[in-house]
Design a protein around this ligand. Structure first.
Ligand SMILES: Nc1nc2c(ncn2[C@@H]2O[C@H](COP(=O)(O)OP(=O)(O)OP(=O)(O)O)[C@@H](O)[C@H]2O)c(=O)[nH]1
Length: 365
């Protein structure tokens, strides 16, 4: 086991998700061939009776646990827990090599949020594991259709820290560009990388995350870019009647009722009051909030507090040693399904003692 920069010696669990056939196993194989990721155990959740993927991931035979009892998100969270704890025990007993990281590849039709919830909410699991980057693969040939047809596909994109566009080698460049625009609109805080099967991924995909002190500033800077993106998307939305737009551009923000927006604070927040507001929001709307990430300006603190969560779970807040260049004030990126950003913004401002904005929300997508 390795001790990370922040002194946390838990095993990092990376969730790898993406729709059926998107290229998850292929990406995982390439990642596991990197020397720096050699000490990675794998759990693959197969939908259906016969699991084949484990035959494809040869490098790591013994450390693979195959969950066959259906979709991980609805009925086998106990299996996931058992599988994780069993791997942990076996490595501690010396039956299998020690591992410092675990990759959980989900079935193509899973909503990954409950997997993250299992990892972060179960006290035993939380003691041994922490959630690292959630990586979602979306392929160009089928990605758009899947996004339109399946809410699971939208959710996979919405919760991701990294979005991988696959199969651009067999697609038209304009389709790849359009998919990228859709992904940016759906999850403006994620990093988007194009990686086809012939390209070797960087280990940073798994390794560089918000827990890494060196990467933390960069990671937060990316979240803050979301503000510009949601803003641009918002403006775009109002523009869509103009005839000079390419046909694709008309519906780039069409992703059901999932949308990203940014809450901004123009004065320092009271930590207790903010915590209460957030608890109330998550109690009531935890299922609708797919992802929440941000930087908080807290009364009495010179530097910002980083906060992030998936659905109703908020990870332990972390400090950033200084404000990123050019950034001041609270910025909270919310990706939610079926929530009216104007109402969330109103309650955020009212509860935290901030003046209401004239004209309502200014930064919504
Ligand atoms: N041309 C091309 N083919 C790819 C790429 N990535 C994956 N494939 C192929 O797509 C097919 C499906 O890839 P997998 O890695 O098995 O996809 P998966 O997401 O694990 O699939 P399921 O586990 O069935 O959901 C395989 O034949 C891969 O070789 C890519 O970037 N370009």
């Amino acid at each position: 086991m390795t001790v990370s920069d922040d002194g946390d010696d838990r095993i990092t669990a990376n969730v790898l998700t993406g729709f059926l056939g998107a290229g998850k196993t292929s990406l995982l194989k390439r990642l596991l061939s990197l020397p720096s990721l050699a000490g990675t155990a794998v759990i693959i959740n197969e939908f259906g009776e016969v699991g084949l993927d484990h035959l494809l991931v040869e490098a790591i035979d013994d450390d693979i646990v195959l969950l066959k009892s259906g979709c991980i998100c609805c009925n086998i969270r106990t299996d996931l827990k058992d599988a994780l704890l069993s791997l942990f025990e076996r490595s501690r007993n010396g039956e299998i090599p020690r591992f410092s990281r675990i990759a959980i590849e989900t079935t193509g039709i899973a909503d990954p949020a409950p997997i993250v919830a299992t990892l972060s909410a179960d006290p035993m699991l939380r003691h041994h594991f922490r959630v690292g980057n959630i990586v979602t693969v979306v392929d160009v040939p089928n990605g758009l259709v899947n996004l339109d047809a399946f809410v699971e596909s939208q959710r996979q994109v919405a919760v991701a820290d990294r979005l991988i566009i696959s199969k651009s080698d067999i697609a038209a460049p304009e389709d790849t560009a359009y998919l990228r625009a859709r992904l940016e609109a759906l999850n403006p805080a994620a990093e988007i990388l194009e990686l086809d099967e012939t390209m070797q991924p960087d280990d940073a995909l798994f390794v560089r995350d918000i827990h890494d002190i060196v990467a933390r500033g960069q990671e937060v800077a990316r979240w803050l870019k979301a503000e510009t993106r949601t803003h641009a998307a918002h403006g775009h939305h109002h523009d869509h009647g103009h005839s000079h737009h390419h046909a694709h551009e008309h519906d780039v923000n069409r992703h059901g009722d999932i949308r990203a927006f940014v809450l901004m604070g123009d004065a320092p927040l009271n930590w207790a009051r903010f915590g209460l507001w957030l608890s109330m929001l998550l109690n009531r709307h935890g299922g609708e909030i797919l992802r929440l990430k941000g930087l908080l300006d807290i009364e009495g603190n010179d530097s910002p507090v980083v906060i992030q969560g998936v659905q109703h779970l908020i990870h332990k807040p972390m400090h950033l040693d200084r404000w990123p260049d050019g950034v001041t004030g609270t910025h909270l990126v919310v990706i939610a399904k079926g929530l009216d950003p104007v109402l969330v913004e109103r309650s955020f401002r009212a509860f935290n003692g901030l003046a209401q904005l004239a004209g309502g929300l200014t930064k919504g997508a």
